[in-house]
Ligand binder design. Structure first.
Ligand code: SF4
Length: 343
């Protein structure tokens, strides 16, 4: 993808939480929630981020929007006019301006909306606070946003409890759109919804992406959802990105053993599409544990001596354009993916 299309450049991003114990609250270790993550994001694409619970997906996007401060690393945002800003080190005033370009859609539509605010206040508040619309213009803008996300603009004065889960998530999307952002960070936005409503929300997000030229980072533990919506997929394991590639290619021919294991766990209605069963031994490693070598080696069926001592760097994968992988044995392994391209 063209350099000029880069929207976000993340380099060596770390978020470590200190573990304090004892009377003096001394630090005796760290939870490495995000551990040296680097990737680029291009305008107009959807990057799906997958991995088991606790792998650092949510901490990653909270760090990107600076809801929490990173420990190290840079998050360079390329503006529409060619200017660049490092979100990681931006001061309060700059950060406030940058946050107009980066918005979040949250996982739980029931707890992410204030039950004491009307839909008008929820969607209109960012417009008012940021001085984008005057009081008398807000109703009109909120009606437009409600129509854009498929809500009846006549429900402007209703409270969140009057809406279904899917409709509440649409309110959350409308609020995220209100500042006309370039990038939306979606944190498991479909996981609290019924399957039929999930599909409607995914279709809505795709429609809005085209309509408003949006870029998404879409987090989910559900690989079928990620496959449906993403152009590229990044796989995370215990705070690290272990593989990134275009969705179809990565699903059909993974190059990291952890990606292979995740794909093997996807349930299919048609059993003939199922690949070999892979049962990983042990639990997901603790992000506070110091594991020498590859963090996946205690569970990897292909681990060798080198894997136990040497950390695999994220590097260009053999034979596939744009794929990066962190595995010593990527060249020699022939891993199983899913059998059908995305429909
Ligand atoms: Fe498995 Fe070794 Fe590759 Fe890690 S580096 S994923 S342990 S084969």
């Amino acid at each position: 993808m063209a350099e000029s299309q880069k929207l976000l450049e993340i380099k060596n991003l770390k978020k470590y939480f200190p573990i304090r114990t004892g009377f003096f609250r001394r630090v005796h270790g760290y939870v490495r929630a995000v551990d040296d993550v680097s990737f680029d994001l291009y305008r107009g694409e959807t990057l799906g981020v997958v991995g088991e619970s606790g792998c650092g997906k949510t901490t990653l996007i909270k760090t990107i929007i600076r809801a929490i401060d990173p420990t190290e690393g840079s998050i360079v945002l390329h503006g529409k006019n060619g200017e660049t800003h490092d979100v990681a080190t931006a001061d309060k005033t700059t950060l406030r301006a940058l946050r107009r370009d980066i918005q979040m859609v949250f996982q739980d539509p029931h707890s992410s909306l204030d039950p004491r605010q009307t839909v008008r206040d929820i969607i209109g508040e960012p417009l008012y606070v940021n001085g984008i619309a005057k009081k008398n213009e807000i109703d009109e803008r909120v009606r437009e946003l409600m129509a854009a996300v498929g809500l009846d603009p006549g429900y402007l004065k209703r409270y969140p409890h009057a809406f279904s889960g899917g409709q509440r998530q649409r309110i959350g999307v409308a609020r995220a759109l209100s500042l006309n952002p370039e990038l939306i960070l979606a944190d498991e936005p479909t996981s609290a919804l019924d399957v039929s409503v999930q599909a409607q929300l995914l279709n809505l997000l795709s429609k809005l992406q085209k309509q408003f030229s949006l870029t998404y980072i879409f987090i989910s533990h559900d690989l079928t959802v990620v496959r449906h919506i993403s152009d590229r997929v990044a796989v995370m394991y215990v705070g690290k990105i272990v593989e990134v590639g275009s969705t179809d290619e990565l699903f059909i021919a993974p190059q990291h053993p952890y990606t292979e294991a995740l794909l093997a766990a996807v349930p299919y209605a048609d059993r003939s599409l199922k690949t070999k069963r892979i049962v990983l031994s042990g639990d997901v490693a603790s992000p506070s544990a110091v594991i020498p070598g590859c963090k996946f080696h205690p569970r990897c069926p292909y681990a060798q001596e080198r894997c136990r001592v040497e950390v695999p760097e994220l590097r260009a994968a053999p034979g596939v354009d744009g794929r990066i992988v962190a595995c010593h044995r990527a060249e020699e392994l022939s891993l199983a993916g899913v059998k059908v391209p995305v429909g």
